[in-house]
Design a protein around this ligand. Sequence first.
Ligand code: SAH
Length: 214
Amino acid sequence: MTATDQQKIELIMGLRARGIRDTRVLAAIETVPREVFVPDAFQDLAYAEQALPIECGQTLSQPFIVAFMTDRLKVGDRMKVLEVGTGSGYQSAILAQLCRRVYTIERYRTLVKSAEQRFTRLRLANITTLLGDGNKGWPKQAPFERIIVTAAAPQLPRQLIEQLAVGGILICPVEVSPGKQEILRITRTQDDFDRESLMPVRFVPLVEGIARGM
Ligand code: SAH
């Protein structure tokens, strides 16, 4: 067994201990090589339970947060999933193991390009990327059965909620009061939206518009 295998086993055991029980989610985390998404300088921390810096001043969430959000999203294998905030592409790669197709939007060109290279290298053919403002969603591909936002929004992005299918689930960290973020889960019912708060978090902010020059 390699050092990486050992680190992976420890990571998965830690996730189980913290209440992540869905075997599909745990299998996805075991399958996706997290080191591919982590900058060279942090390779030794690829399987550590901590957030890591990536290009453009952004952050790859810690494994528990990725696992928790994926678990609570309840992704089915026939579903179309929208992700806002591609970043390194790690969360997209996890989702790609669990659903039919992932549509992922990022506002930094640099991040879109390097994430695309990782998807090609790992032969993840069911991920479609877009350089754009995730606040606007992806109207051409809507509705989505699942939507996940991996940056903290000042309030729930209205256009994303509108692109949710009936019966669909949206998970989004929201700044509920100054300096206080919570992961919210919205479920679209026949004629309404149910809202739950799942847990407090710290994410990089969801920003308006495409980033210039990067
Ligand atoms: N899911 C990523 C986490 C990246 S951090 C991963 O697994 O690595 C959040 C990302 O959201 C950042 O890359 C940031 O640039 C992006 N982001 C912030 N506001 C955005 C917006 N309006 N549209 C698209 N991406 C956005």
